[in-house]
Design a protein around this ligand. Sequence first.
Ligand SMILES: CCCCCCC/C=C/C(=O)SCCNC(=O)CCNC(=O)[C@H](O)C(C)(C)COP(=O)(O)OP(=O)(O)OC[C@H]1O[C@@H](n2cnc3c(N)ncnc32)[C@H](O)[C@@H]1OP(=O)(O)O
Length: 426
Amino acid sequence: MAGFAGRLGRCWYSGFLRSDYIIEQKALLAPLEQKTKFQQQELAANPLQVPALGLHVGGPAMQTSQKDFNKAVSQLKLLKEDPGNEVKLKLYALYKQATEGPCNVPKPGMLDFINKTKWDAWNALGSLSKEAARQNYVDLVSKLSASSESPSPEAPEADRKQPESDSLVVTSEDGITTIRLNRPTKKNALTTQMYHDVIAALQAASKDESAITVLTGSGDYFCSGNDLTNFTTLPAGGPEEMARRSAVVLRDFVNCFIDFPKPLVAVVNGPAVGISVTVLGLFDVVYATDRATFHTPFSHLGQSPEGCSSYTFPKIMGSSKAAEMLLFGKKLTAQEACAQGLVTEVFPDSTFQKEVWARLKAYSKLPPNAMRISKQIIRNREKETLHAVNAEESSVLRERWLSDECIAPACQPPSRIKLAVPSFSA
Ligand SMILES: CCCCCCC/C=C/C(=O)SCCNC(=O)CCNC(=O)[C@H](O)C(C)(C)COP(=O)(O)OP(=O)(O)OC[C@H]1O[C@@H](n2cnc3c(N)ncnc32)[C@H](O)[C@@H]1OP(=O)(O)O
């Protein structure tokens, strides 16, 4: 087999191999045949080298995800830009976790700096499942691919992709981009199209000129959560395919909140249910009218938490208050949610809009880079954990949606709302 050096010219990872990047080992440039067994094992652990070695990435994981993972491993080689040392270290750790499971080798000595750094990164993933690690790896590669393909980080306003339906309205004014859920007759329940539109709107807002991004709702509700009719039309692959697709949409949707780089503010104009409550833990600031309520009837629907709430809620309000919400579906008033740290401040409904927007306009005049950088410092060290939590929650929900408890929940939502999931069994 030919050495790797000859193929390095065009790709960003030639820089990876030539730079003083902490994972770099000069040995990688030597032909494979000349490598020791240890070096070959190390190469196998290096995500960039696996396809070249033709290694099978083993493990008892699910087939679909395994295929995506293999694709991501190949895709990584095509990136045009070097993603930087921190990201490469993440890729290394996720690859090891995905293929070998939790770190199972002795910690290298203090002076073995390179291997110790790699070991630390792998070990930091703790008991993250192989499947979640694969998922995170795939997500990270797809994000890197998308950003290396995007023509310009500062796309002009006119090039922005507008939402596909009127159910989402995006406006930019006074340094604030506002994403408004606009389905008041259905209490702003989120259709599948709306999930996609919110994803696109957040991606556009992350690159536009605005300093602050706001999510709010039209009418008397902030949002009644997932539109329960989302599951009514089954695709050709049946319930399993429906659950698989929904889990992907959910994961992508929540990832956008995790990764959002600017101050993200929720203007909660009324009651909030389900996923519109759980993602609040990923916002920087949450302002609520005193009319708002917050509840997550997951157990009632045979479902389980999403939006990273299994991690953020216990952190924000303590495990017992979080359990009351996430396990028992306890509804909080705005004041209670504020006392528990989920809401930043509550305003009287009569002055809510006026007070909140005046305040946001003032904040939007602050130096935008300072706000971005401060947010990065506050949030970045948790991002990897949040992605792992999101992947796990989505994967658990995918199974929940096929469970008897979800198909025939003991506590039905209002009878007018036909729960989609029963149609799975049709
Ligand atoms: C594709 C990706 C999927 C990712 C899924 C991620 C997992 C997410 C989980 C959740 O979000 S769980 C929470 C789901 N939401 C609910 O269970 C709320 C159900 N709705 C209600 O309980 C009530 O409607 C309400 C919100 C408390 C409001 O009650 P109210 O009496 O004030 O109004 P209604 O007359 O009931 O509603 C008006 C109108 O709106 C329709 N509607 C409300 N919520 C939903 C909803 N979530 N899905 C679909 N439709 C909803 C309701 O049916 C009424 O419609 P019409 O009868 O007027 O046609």
